[in-house]
Ligand binder design. Sequence first.
Ligand SMILES: NC(=O)c1ccc[n+]([C@@H]2O[C@H](COP(=O)([O-])OP(=O)(O)OC[C@H]3O[C@@H](n4cnc5c(N)ncnc54)[C@H](OP(=O)(O)O)[C@@H]3O)[C@@H](O)[C@H]2O)c1
Length: 253
Amino acid sequence: MSQLVYNLEDQVFVITGGSRGIGLEITKLLLEQKAKVVICGRKQEGLDLATEKLQAGDNLLAVQSHVAKFEEVAKLFDQTLERFGQLDGLINNVGMNIISGVVDADPGLWNKIIDSNLNGTFLCSRKAGQIMRAQQKGKIVNISSIAARRSAPAMGIYGIAKAGIEMLTKVMAQELAPFNIQVNAVAPCMVRTTFSEAFWSNKDLHDAIIKTIPMGRIAEPIDIAHPVLFLCSEGSNFISGQTLLVDGGASAI
Ligand SMILES: NC(=O)c1ccc[n+]([C@@H]2O[C@H](COP(=O)([O-])OP(=O)(O)OC[C@H]3O[C@@H](n4cnc5c(N)ncnc54)[C@H](OP(=O)(O)O)[C@@H]3O)[C@@H](O)[C@H]2O)c1
């Protein structure tokens, strides 16, 4: 499947949280398409490991940056423009969850989950939107989750943050449409990454989860990366404000 052509040669993409999981897979696919990619993560160690794996030379830049920290987001985009001189796409891929209910949640925990998911997406999109508006061209793709649509006991605050990201997608799509910028989201079901390992590595939980997915399996990172690349490509030029559910048919039943 990875020989699909998206026509992204020499285009410049920032992928938040590109050091592992879905973000790393998107990065790999973009590099295969001869795009230039900037990844960020909080830990330098993870970025170094990804850089070593990807072997992409000057086409890859890794910047240590926490997406919910204003100055670090500014650094991420400054370094992108310094190195590559333009920004064609932003993929807001960072997400994190800490299992908790809402009623008894500590406000500090609430803030932490909202910060990494929703506020981080806002801060990066705001910066990218300003750059793209001046260029009169750009693509923003946000990674949501099926947790934005259906409440799940272990994912309450996370689901609320992701629902906010889906509304942010619509609002920014409208605001940026006159500048030839499309803003969309992809909402996966469970994907085989460290993020959800506690669920899919438990056989009973895994078997219960795949019963809810008509395709009979959880997603692999590549299943999410291809729809993201489509939304980064000119094939999606007339699509904006949409969330594409990539869930093996789960939301259809
Ligand atoms: N896996 C699933 O089942 C699943 C399902 C639906 C939706 N999603 C969504 O898909 C996206 C990617 O998830 P994943 O499964 O690939 O997660 P993952 O394997 O945990 O990877 C997360 C990436 O984000 C980085 N990161 C985390 N917090 C950050 C922050 N505040 N600032 C900068 N970087 C940060 C991590 O690096 P550092 O640790 O070094 O910061 C890492 O590169 C998330 O938005 C997630 O909510 C995942």
